[in-house]
Design a protein around this ligand. Sequence first.
Ligand code: SUG
Length: 448
Amino acid sequence: MKSFEVNFDGLVGPTHNYGGLSFGNVASQSNSQQASNPKEAALQGLEKMKALMDMGFVQGVLAPQERPDVAALRSLGFSGTDAQVIERAAKEAMPLLVASCSASSMWVANAATVSPSADTADGRVHFTAANLNCKYHRSIEHPTTSRVLGAMFADQQHFAHHAALPAVAQFGDEGAANHTRFCREYGEAGVEFFVFGRSAFDSRYPAPQKYPARQTLEASQAVARLHGLSEEGVVFAQQNPSVIDQGVFHNDVIAVGNGELLFHHQDAFLNTEQMLAELHGKLAARGANFQSISVPRDQVAVEDAVRSYLFNSQLLSRADGSMLLIVPEECRANPRVWQYLQGLTAAGGPIREVKVFDLKQSMQNGGGPACLRLRVALNETELAAVNPGVIMTAPLYDTLTQWVSKHYRDALRESDLADPQLLLECRTALDELTQILKLGSVYPFQIN
Ligand code: SUG
């Protein structure tokens, strides 16, 4: 049976703004308070989806969330009509209003961890929504994420959904941003690679000093248990705490993998040799020929990786077995990174081509091509069981670009977030979107 890796990209929501909300994420902190352009952000994302579809990849769409999150503001004590809740929050606690307006659900690599059916004990595709416990503005995503994923992957014969882990820092879980699956073919049993930033309960693991480590070992282990993964099918590895302190807030800012290949920075991990040997051994037992490409620090410094987002790329397998790397424009703008990439594709290795996309609106908040997509490996039967409304087609692309052009603003500043009209605009847009994507009622304003 044929199998695919389907990329479900997060559609950027109408309140995309630069709130400076993510301590430890250099781009988010340095672009704080700049005016954003939600319309451009959404169109840039749609263009990438369309381009991948045109190249022959199966591409899906993941809907944005209702923002401002009035229910979240109510739970923090703001009361009255929806407009009064927003007005009071703006007057008394602007940072909370900003957090409740974040369009951060666009970075769907953080939406969930997904294990394909070939790896799981019950032969279903398993999803665990990420609690995103490290940042308040992201911790409010998972209830809606679960409903949206449930509406996309509804067939219980093929899909199993787990609620987010306990909402405490000890189980901090950032989803697929710290999870990579290696395999020979997408439909064959593979090895799932979980990277954590710290251990919550075992002080032998070093922790970063300056910035938070968002993913814990204990969270990764819990997800592996929930998904029914076998000992032979998992590898846990620690991210190098010193790169977290240089702004590598997720493993997908310093490494990317696909198929039999791991492409990573020399400084990405602790105990790299041992970890590579474990991956090699476990994949060999699955009939796969694991390879890795380590990018030396004297060619690309960690700082260049963080600024250019070289590793926040999409590594895609083409029909002829070669691989394609989807990188953001910032890689071309960095001479060392660009030179490295020229050498990489000329070297005759597995990565043969690099394609560049302008994702500046998302990049300025620390979200590159890989952050914007959630990978779901599916066989033909499972793909047929996915809600067809969320699979990208040429007509859907046209409909979504028109929808964005009709509903989105082209400038948003902090002061605009206090405008109660923005809430109405978002709800009108999202109500229409759930019909376009055939999701049913998934948003709080549709349910309550
Ligand atoms: O969680 N930025 C996101 C970026 C997530 C990137 N995802 C991956 N690397 N997979 C975050 O830090 C910034 C929002 C703001 O500042 O307005 C933000 O949430």
